[in-house]
Design a protein around this ligand. Structure first.
Ligand SMILES: *Cc1c(COP(=O)(O)O)cnc(C)c1O
Length: 456
């Protein structure tokens, strides 16, 4: 009856999705709209177009169209590195001695090393189509900047990356990859922008934050003719592009009549998780099926598990639209010893609404436990995982070990978003035993919450 499941389930090129899935179309409670920070009124298309490419602004505002055709040029680019494999983690199952069946969708098979290329190429395509000269963006750990550099070089677009200063210094190789693809990389905060100069004046010697780099990139885009700003996560358009992950996963599982019980993803701004789970949550929204969906976040940056569901700024400089999301406040800065990524203060407004409505649960995990899981995984499955991805690995292992106790043969699917070759300082501190866990106290979270704007 049941066919032998291969180690890797590959799809044929013609089985790749030809449309992205917009989960908002199936949501009864739509995510709250982005607001103009000056008027507190919903952002309109003409307003959003000042910052984003027109086509992307339309995608951002559309919560009724269920499917968007993926343009041919993007499909062609996807075919260079997709479909990505869905891997049965037989070796991990054996090592854990669990009756659970574990699968992971591996998105690290491209030079940028993560899923971010799925949206980068789409955003670069729309910028090119609109006749723009280039785009600006921020990058934290560097994966998004790398992915966007690759996408921009493919379409001959200029790419200006504002890289959080501590990463710029700690990850010189990421920077060089971006420069190889022709991007200019500036450590943030910089003296190039008004907002950067202000932040430097207030906090001399600061090592920067994502929220601050976003403000700089937006300022440069809105002050440069022929430029727009692009963002690698959080926005609904990014989540839309990332649904190639979940759609492929579903097709691959369907091929072998597999129905997952638990679907797990790490949550930074929510794009990979949203991309992976959207098609499955769509089933739930339409009342067709039930799954357990788990978001995993760092205990040191716990936006879903300890944040407030409120309107907040997406950036530190408070120039971006307001988004309603689970947030720690745009003034929140994770502890300096946090090495595992996923340090954004907020969460996609789509996922926030789904979480508020009970379609998803969330767990927070401490970083030494994350690296323990990363190492355990690397040693049997071969892949050296990104610290971000390892949050999902940690919870997948936890769930598989629960099955061992109960004897349940649950099917667990998780997103393995990328590889960790540029995170060896983090691995080093884990191996040296100098890595520390940090859980903010309620008092530690107060200043961030105090930075929330007052919106009715
Ligand atoms: C950026 C990144 C993440 C987190 O971002 P999301 O938008 O939450 O998906 C996770 N894993 C890797 C490898 C990343 O580069």
């Amino acid at each position: 009856m049941s066919r032998e499941i291969p180690y890797k389930i590959y799809l044929e090129e013609n089985e790749m999705p030809k449309q992205w899935y917009n989960v908002r179309a199936d949501m009864k409670n739509k995510p709250a709209p982005l607001l103009n920070p000056d008027t507190n009124q919903p952002m309109t298309l003409p307003e959003l177009e000042q910052v984003f490419c027109t086509e992307l602004a339309k995608q951002e505002l559309d919560d009724t169209t269920p499917f968007f055709d993926i343009p041919e040029e993007i499909l062609g680019f996807y075919k260079m590195y997709r479909p990505s494999p869905l891997v049965r983690a037989y070796c991990l199952e054996k090592k854990l001695d669990t009756p659970a069946k574990i699968y992971y969708k591996f998105e690290g098979n491209n030079t940028s090393g993560s899923h971010k290329l799925n949206s980068a190429i789409a955003q670069a395509y729309y910028a090119k189509k609109q006749g723009l000269k280039g785009v600006t963006t921020e990058t934290g750990a560097g994966q998004w900047g790398t992915a966007l550099s690759m996408a921009c070089s493919y379409f001959d677009l200029d790419c200006k990356v504002y890289m959080v200063k501590c990463s710029y210094e700690q990850k010189p190789f990421r920077r060089e990859v971006m420069r190889t693809y022709g991007a200019s990389v500036t450590p943030s905060p910089s003296m190039d922008t008004q907002v950067g100069r202000q932040i430097l004046e207030k906090h001399p010697g600061t090592s920067g934050s994502l929220g601050c780099a976003i403000s700089e990139a937006v300022e440069v885009a809105t002050h440069s003719e022929g430029y727009r700003y692009v963002l690698g996560s959080v926005l609904s358009q990014v989540l839309l592009h990332q649904t190639v992950i979940g759609l492929e996963t579903k097709t691959a599982l369907d091929k072998y009549d597999i129905t997952p019980d638990i679907i797990i993803g790490c949550a930074g701004g929510g794009s990979n998780l949203g991309g992976l789970v959207s098609p499955f949550i769509g089933d739930m929204l339409r009342g067709e099926k039930q799954y357990q969906v788990i978001a995993v976040e760092p205990a040191s940056c716990p936006s879903l598990t300890r944040g407030k569901y409120a309107y907040d700024f997406c950036d530190t400089g408070m120039v971006c639209p307001l988004a309603k999301m689970y947030t720690l406040g745009s003034g929140f800065i994770p502890s300096a010893n946090h090495a595992g990524g996923l340090r954004y203060h907020g969460m996609s407004s789509v996922l926030s609404q789904l979480y508020a409505d009970g379609y998803m649960e969330a767990r927070s995990v401490e970083q030494t436990a994350v690296f323990t899981a990363a190492e355990q995984f690397a040693r049997v499955e071969g892949i050296l995982p990104a610290p971000e991805s390892s949050h999902a690995i940690k919870v997948a292992i936890d769930e598989a070990l629960k099955c061992k106790e109960t004897g349940e043969e649950k099917t667990i699917v998780f997103g393995l978003t990328g590889t960790g070759y540029f995170d060896m300082y983090a691995y080093e501190s884990f191996h040296d035993g100098t890595m520390q866990d940090y859980i903010p106290t309620d008092e530690d979270l107060e200043p961030g919450f105090a930075s929330l704007p007052k919106v009715k």
